[in-house]
Design a binder for this molecule. Structure first.
Ligand SMILES: [Zn+2]
Length: 482
């Protein structure tokens, strides 16, 4: 039996297995989604006015909750609602799935996400995600592109990661930081583990919920929606030099690093992703500064650290810990503009929001299986020359967004012989790559192959050039300090 046949049969088997198990899990009301399913936590269903027509106004937490429940009741075949946890003050961190297969992960098809309102006073993204939900569910039957997207992608949308901060924010406040933090006054976008610098901030419930969420579902691409600027910012946000500058009197020595890009191994892909958002936006790509004297960005994109370095950001964490390519989308010069401006923001961002998610279908994806056609979970998948390791899901799936070109894939798994595969990526459609790993134990009873130690599991981020850079700069500083 050839490997493709095995994969097909395997996929069919798994699909049936999932269908057979999910209903029981829903009935039990499990509280956390996995790769397999999205448990329902909608509680009683309320049908209100909002499911017919979503107004352009700011919705408070209760209104959002009602709206999401109403949509999930009205579009049960296209949506599933779940909560990944609660904020400090006990508000649900809602996620709405929009997909032709909302309740289960479609094996071989990518999961993608947007997270908005991580800064409570940056409110536009929160409303745009509600409108995105509305647009997707109402366009499925009439728009062939949306139908294709929802048939082939599972889209997870979190309108607010910081509902407590939003509560104390005020409409019309463009530049203040009131409401930015969570209820314990932590900046959630400085609260994630950091590769370049140990993050000593106390982990917050909102951050912990997101960390658990993205460890359970392999997201392929993601966008984090912010306000206060108009730019698509991509990893890295942090840099080895920031590590020194913030912990030493030698800060001034390293000031020249302040606006130096911190280049990720997939810099070309991140720049492309940022440009997809910027170029599909009504005005972001013009790179016009928000107000006179403020920074302008060529083509509406920037490397995060080149703008300003930060520690504990969500986008670096998504990429280095979980192989999810996240960028930060600053979508409004005013953080909390008057509600009557919301239609304009929706029109400006609609095309970008949709086209960006479709980028999950670029590059290479496939399965890593053993000789018997069984999936190999947590196999290491590396593109030669790119010093970052992705891992396969429990179904052996992997996704690697890449621009057109020729690449070599290095695949290894504990107890298996490493494998290298050359492949091409073209622009028009993704490359399907199925890799078979052979057991390191020889069938003829000969000597055993002894693989090296398995790669570290998260939280350790992939080692490589970054650690080399960090170490060399550290030793430089050590020498300076004597
Ligand atoms: Zn922000």
């Amino acid at each position: 039996m050839d490997r493709y046949k095995k994969v097909k049969i395997y996929k069919t088997f798994l699909f049936l297995t999932i269908l057979g198990t999910t209903s029981g899990q829903f009935a039990k009301g499990a509280s956390f989604p996995t790769d397999d399913d999205v448990p329902m936590v909608t509680g009683e269903v309320e049908r209100r006015e909002d499911d017919q027509e979503l107004q352009f106004k700011y919705h408070d937490h209760e209104e959002i909750t009602r709206y999401l429940r109403a949509v999930s009741a009205r579009y049960p075949a296209l949506t599933a609602l779940y909560s990944i946890g609660k904020s400090v003050q006990g508000r649900d961190l809602w996620v709405m799935v929009v997909s032709a297969s909302p309740y289960e992960h479609m094996i071989g098809k990518p999961d993608v996400k947007y997270v908005a309102n991580i800064h409570g006073n940056e409110a536009v993204g929160r409303e745009l995600l509600l409108h995105l939900i509305q647009y997707l569910v109402t366009s499925y039957d009439t728009d062939s592109y949306i139908k294709w997207l929802l048939d082939n992608t599972r889209i997870h949308l979190m309108p607010s990661m910081n509902p407590d901060g939003f509560l104390i924010s005020r409409e019309g406040q463009c530049d203040t930081i009131h409401g930015r933090h969570n209820a314990r006054r932590y900046d959630l976008n400085r609260n994630f583990p950091d590769f370049f610098k140990a993050n000593t901030k106390q982990p917050q419930p909102e951050t912990d919920a997101v960390k658990e969420w993205i460890s359970k579902i392999q997201f392929v691409v993601s966008g984090s929606l912010h306000g206060g600027a108009l730019v698509a910012s991509y990893p890295f946000d942090n840099t080895p030099s920031a590590r020194i500058c913030r912990s030493s009197v030698l800060c001034s020595v390293f000031q020249s690093y302040a606006h130096t890009p911190s280049i990720a191994p997939d810099d070309d892909v991140f720049r492309h992703l940022a440009l997809v958002y910027s170029n599909n936006h009504a005005k972001m790509s013009r790179g016009v500064s928000c107000k006179s004297g403020s920074q302008r960005f060529d083509n509406g994109i920037t490397n995060g650290a080149a703008w300003y370095p930060l520690t504990g950001g969500m986008q670096d964490y998504n990429y280095l810990w979980h192989g999810c390519m996240e960028i930060t989308l600053e979508i409004s010069c005013c953080k909390y503009p008057p509600a009557h401006e919301l239609p304009k923001y929706w029109q400006d961002n609609k095309q970008s929001l949709i086209k960006y998610l479709a980028e999950a279908h670029r590059g290479a994806h496939g399965f890593v299986m053993d000789e018997n056609g069984n999936p190999v979970e947590r196999a290491s998948v590396r593109v030669k020359g790119r010093d970052v390791t992705y891992h396969t899901t429990k179904y052996g799936e992997f996704w690697r967004i890449l621009l057109p070109g020729t690449y070599r894939l290095e695949v290894s798994g504990e107890g298996y012989l490493p494998q290298e595969v050359e492949f091409f990526v073209i622009d028009s459609h993704p490359t399907l790559l199925n890799v078979t790993l052979h057991s390191a134990k020889r069938i003829d009873g000969g000597p055993y192959y002894r693989p090296g130690p398995p790669p570290p599991r998260p939280p350790p981020a992939p080692a490589g050039i970054f650690s080399t850079i960090t170490k060399s700069i550290n030793s430089f500083v050590t020498n300076l300090l004597g």
